[in-house]
Design a protein around this ligand. Structure first.
Ligand code: 5AD
Ligand code: FES
Length: 354
């Protein structure tokens, strides 16, 4: 790759925050190979992060309440077809107890995340949402339970859910087909995201960095799709192979590309909520700190009971599986402080929603 970065109009327009075409985003991703340009993007990302969020890092207490899943995503360790996965499902009491612990630790956002587990019917989830929101009216509740129909999403919104995370995984049909069986469709996934927006959720989309078959062109399409969706949150982390999946022997994504994309996303979406993910911390012991230093402003410590954590096994060598909620809290608070940031106890809504 050539290193001779010459400022051009596409680069200027990108740095001004304009929406570009897929071709132009591809050009930007190519330019990121030039250290001068990459540095300019990172500096701007840091500046924008500081302008809108100061040194604040928001915390989301993650409750991984079931690893049953009706889907068979080729990259994911809890896919239905993985007969080695040890399945678990938390009961309502256990879930509420996680939330209580999180509340005591100062968390004001809970994320209920799980596989697409039909045992948790629409009504069961709605009732969970109601109970958590009734007990902790000052907290935001985020759902991350996959693809459903619009009426289901509406019911959960009416029950009190505030936000929804559903990574689109890739915005290109051919690439989506490489990562998912034919029973799943990119069109439906995108529909879900648009429904969630329409229903008034704060919405999170995102993708894995370095997933099998991903190209710069795909990534450019991801950036363009995100501009069209305008999500309030964007989750990205490196792809990490899981030994019981089709991609067991595929190489992992890289920390450096993930960091570059975090800063690109911060420049494109100055006010977005952007986590430094567990996957980033898995590939590099200081991955999350590095993420915060290039534009990320959220961390998502785990609140699940230790004996179940290791079973929410999306990819190999996932960190924090042996630590309890309080330990993760202390560890992250220290990491955030050492990175020069400040963990805050607040709902941390998107500025556009406050
Ligand atoms: N490596 C990294 N991230 C993964 N996810 C699923 N499997 C993997 C993997 N092998 C991500 C997906 C999903 C999110 C919950 O976890 O992007 O949306
Ligand atoms: Fe469950 Fe991917 S295997 S969502």
């Amino acid at each position: 790759m050539k290193n001779d970065y010459v400022p051009n109009s596409t680069a200027d327009r990108f740095l001004r925050g304009e929406t570009l075409s897929v071709d132009e985003y591809e050009e930007i991703l190519n330019l990121m190979a030039a250290p001068e340009f990459a540095q300019e993007v990172t500096e701007l990302a840091v500046k924008l992060r500081k302008k809108y969020f100061g040194k604040k890092v928001y915390v989301r207490g993650l409750i991984e309440f079931t690893n049953y899943c009706r889907n068979d995503c080729y990259y994911c360790g809890i896919r239905r077809g993985n007969r080695h996965a040890v399945r678990y499902r938390m009961n309502e009491e256990e879930i509420l107890s996680c939330a209580r612990q999180g509340y005591e630790l100062g968390y004001r956002t809970f994320v209920l995340q799980g596989g697409e587990d039909p045992w948790f019917s629409t009504d069961k989830i709605a009732s969970l949402v109601e109970k958590i929101k009734m007990t902790y009216p000052d907290c935001a509740l985020t759902l991350s339970v996959g693809e459903h129909d619009k009426e289901t999403y509406r019911l959960w919104k009416e029950a009190g859910a505030d936000r929804y995370l559903l990574r689109h995984e890739t915005a290109k049909e051919e690439h989506y087909r490489m990562l998912h069986p034919s029973s799943m469709s990119l069109a439906h996934r995108k529909n879900c995201l648009y429904w969630l927006k329409e229903l008034g959720y704060q919405v999170g989309a995102g993708f894995m960095v370095g997933s099998p078959g991903q190209t710069r062109r795909n990534l450019a399409a991801d950036l363009r799709f995100l501009k069209e969706l305008e999500p309030e949150m964007i989750g990205i982390g490196p792809f990490i192979p899981h030994h019981d999946t089709c991609f067991a022997r595929h190489e992992a994504g890289t920390v450096s590309q993930t960091l570059q994309l975090l800063s690109v996303l911060r420049v494109m979406f100055p006010q977005v909520l952007l986590p430094a993910t567990t996957a980033l911390g898995t590939l590099d012991p200081l991955g999350r700190e590095k993420g915060l230093q290039v534009g990320a402003n959220v961390v998502m410590p785990n609140l699940s009971p230790t004996d179940q954590r290791k079973k929410y096994d999306l990819y190999d060598n996932k960190i924090c599986v042996g630590d309890d909620a309080a330990k993760c809290q202390d560890c992250l608070a220290l990491r955030i402080k050492n990175a020069g940031y400040e963990m805050v106890s607040a709902r941390g809504d998107h500025p556009g929603f406050a």
